[in-house]
Design a protein around this ligand. Structure first.
Ligand SMILES: [Zn+2]
Length: 477
């Protein structure tokens, strides 16, 4: 046998959660073509992975990369973690379809007016296909983006006419290669959306084989009601549903993941429901008063009027300026922040829940981003699995590969198996660790040796290559 490439003598962690095993992995024409003892096979390139792990490329279940896929197609923040596919357009925020609009919060997390230039979902999908990035992407259409584009006022539910327009836009997005619908019901553009509005749009996505992801209406005091609403939408629309970045935020709600995870587990008997989570007790999004009240500590990640405040503690700014929290928010806005608002024990319950997925929720446009943007995946493996013993290595890997591929209906990724796309990461299980932290958030992780996307090398020795083999992937659920 002759292959394009053989990765020899690695410890294969195949994405199923099963015990790792020693094997060579062969790649031919962008696909995995052989697994086993291949020392007698010939190849154009042989790479030794002795002492290292070979795993399916990680899938970031929750991303906000719509713009950065085009503006920084090397996607170093993700490939340097071993990520080979991102699911983007989450939290109701997608770059398309929306044109000539100064984007309101939180749509501006993706970029300013100059980036909201895609009249149709198809225009955006075409630009992505014409200018591929280093890694693959799955795109969701954002409910808030639709609302901002279609509705004259956002402080009410959609009218009949607006509903029809939004339904048509969901259909068009699905036709263009999008994979479903996302909502961000906690954010101003969607707070007034009714459950019926969301359900009807989810029905359109489901009709075209899509999924539904939701940043729920509330993740703190009313988190239980929000989980119930999510389950009802999943039931009514008969759509595979993902709760985004699951948490119970605010000191009062610490410990409540016991309650929410029981609800999710019970619902799983009748609906297709899963969630993603990131491995940190701090969240990050727009600087908005509703998140400030439930946080122990708040760090500014960016500010339009005061860029020099990125990295500053909001309470320190209040002291320095001798103003109230509300006044400080007004002075800094539009702005973004990191919010310390979760409990470590809740995070561990969420991370270890059977079948759960890892998603970074990283925000690439922030000048001082939350460290999850550069650190999520190596942190789960290095910190939580190896150092803390939260779960075995193969379980950690399944949460960022096989579980995610199964949830999103990726039929040929997420596992090391013959015929699968050759999205692969070679990492050192002894040294893999996140280096980004809240003080220095832009740091590549240690221990990621080489990353392949569709068989092409995109990252090696700490540097990205010139290859741009990324594909726009459509889920098949
Ligand atoms: Zn969100």
């Amino acid at each position: 046998m002759h292959y394009d490439m053989i990765i020899s003598s690695g410890l294969v962690v195949d994405g199923t959660g099963g015990k790792p095993f020693n094997a060579d992995v062969a790649v031919e024409d962008g696909r995995i073509a052989g697994i086993g003892d291949l020392k007698n096979a010939s190849c154009n390139r042989r790479l030794s992975a002795k002492g290292k792990c070979v795993a399916p490329g990680f899938i970031d279940a929750h991303a906000h990369d719509d713009r950065v896929l085009l503006s920084s197609p090397d996607m170093k923040c993700k490939i340097s973690q071993g990520v080979t596919t991102v699911v983007t357009g989450n939290c109701g925020i997608s770059l398309a379809p929306l044109r000539k609009m100064d984007p309101p919060q939180p749509l501006n997390l993706l970029g300013g007016r100059e980036w909201y230039r895609f009249e149709s979902a198809k225009d955006y999908a075409t630009e992505l296909r014409d200018n591929p990035a280093s890694l693959n992407c799955i795109i969701l259409v954002g409910h808030s983006t639709l609302r901002v584009g279609v509705m004259e006022r956002l402080d009410r539910a959609a009218t009949k006419r607006e509903m029809l327009q939004m339904e048509k836009l969901v259909d068009e997005a699905m036709d263009a290669g999008f994979s479903g619908l996302s909502t961000g019901l906690e954010y101003p553009p969607a707070i007034c959306a009714s459950e019926e509005e969301v359900t009807r749009l989810a029905i359109r996505a489901a009709a075209a084989g899509g999924v539904y992801t939701t940043h729920m209406r509330n993740e703190s005091d009313q988190v239980d009601a929000s989980v119930e609403e999510t389950i009802r939408v999943a039931e009514q629309a008969r759509i595979r549903t993902v709760i985004s970045h699951h948490k119970t935020a605010g000191r009062k709600n610490w410990g409540r993941t016991k309650e929410t995870l029981d609800m999710i587990q019970e619902a799983q008997a009748t609906v297709e429901l899963n969630f993603d989570a990131y491995p940190y007790i701090a969240s990050s999004t727009s600087l908005l008063p509703q998140f400030v009240g439930q946080s122990e500590r708040i760090l500014i990640t960016w500010s339009d009027p005061h860029p020099e405040c990125a990295g500053a503690d909001l309470h320190d700014l209040c002291d320095e300026w001798k103003v109230s929290l509300t006044e400080a928010i007004n002075i800094l806005s539009p702005a973004g922040a990191v919010y310390f608002q979760m409990q470590e024990e809740d995070l561990r319950q969420v991370l270890t829940f059977p079948g759960a997925m890892i998603g970074s929720d990283g925000i690439p446009s922030d000048s001082r981003p939350h460290p999850r943007l550069w650190g999520t995946f190596p942190r789960v493996i290095g910190h939580y699995s190896r150092d803390e013993g939260l779960f075995p290595l193969e379980d950690a890997v399944a949460r960022m590969t096989g579980n995610t591929a199964s949830t999103f209906g990726l039929t040929d990724r997420g596992f090391i198996r013959n015929g699968m796309a050759a999205d692969l990461v070679i990492f050192d299980p002894k040294s893999i660790i996140d280096k980004s932290d809240f003080e220095n958030p832009i740091q590549t992780a240690d221990g990621i040796e080489a990353v392949f996307v569709n068989g092409d090398l995109v990252y090696i020795g700490g540097e990205s290559t010139e290859n741009r083999p990324g594909q726009l992937i459509r889920t098949q659920v």
